[in-house]
Write a protein that binds this ligand. Sequence first.
Ligand SMILES: [Zn+2]
Length: 317
Amino acid sequence: MASQIVAPKTLQEAIVLFSDPDKCHEYSASLRWPDGVTCPRCGHKEHSYISTRRKWFCKGCKKQFTTKVGTIFEDSPISMDKWMMAVWLIVNCKNGVSSYEIAKDIGVTQKSAWFMDHRIRRALQDGTFEKLSGEVEVDETFIGGKARNMHIEKRKRRITGTGTHDKVPVMGILERGGKVRTKVVPNRKKKALQAEIREHVEAGSALYSDALLSYEGLAGDFAHQVVDHAVAYVDGRVHTNGLENFWSLLKRAISGTYVSVEPFHLHRYLDEQAYRFNNRKLSDSQRFEQAMNNINGKRVTWNDVTGKDGSRATWLN
Ligand SMILES: [Zn+2]
């Protein structure tokens, strides 16, 4: 099925396209199989199409399949138009979208929306392990601290016990002009932070951090320079402003949109924010199609597909 359907450019075009069941189906099949429909179970290319059920019958394995088989949408009774609308909202709302808003906007229960939201977020994580290089900023921040708005029992649970209270340490690593990676870390000690740096940053890269003692000892493997706020003017390149901007975007999204993020789920929200940041140069329709590619199990980026500049693979954490 060679689709002539053009990607929607705006939210309004997306609504119109996705709400037409035949066009929505044709479009999702063309995103899944740009080179022609292929059985997701056996890879066979010969099949017959059962238009009344929007399914194919594979002549290889003799089983039926839909566009959902083998993706995060499989086994879900929620229709593709709603799934695609949810993906559009998640990847294109700059400050994030809550599952409450998704429920309201696409007409599913809040429980369904929560489920969809988390499945989509998980799918946006990309399994690429390419290291960051060039000029790299590292920094940490704390997320949370809204205990006063919590129910008293929850608040007691959260605040008693460990000394970290309700705040969760998050580490960020940013390649200037490139991608950011974020991770919830157990603490800000040397072992935890340096392990992340060594895992994610190519040896020999220029590394900029603040004066936290946990970063001491990296100079052997990296060109490590510490931000000294007193003498920052000496070398204008030694700063972590890129990450500080990312943290402020992240905190605005979390406090404005998600109301309260349970620490258990924080990494998914971090991934979502990193995904939007890392794909900030794409248009809404490119970001949507790239997300659908990730969801469909392809490890390629929009740039890989179009051969445009910056063909580095996408990753999230
Ligand atoms: Zn088959």
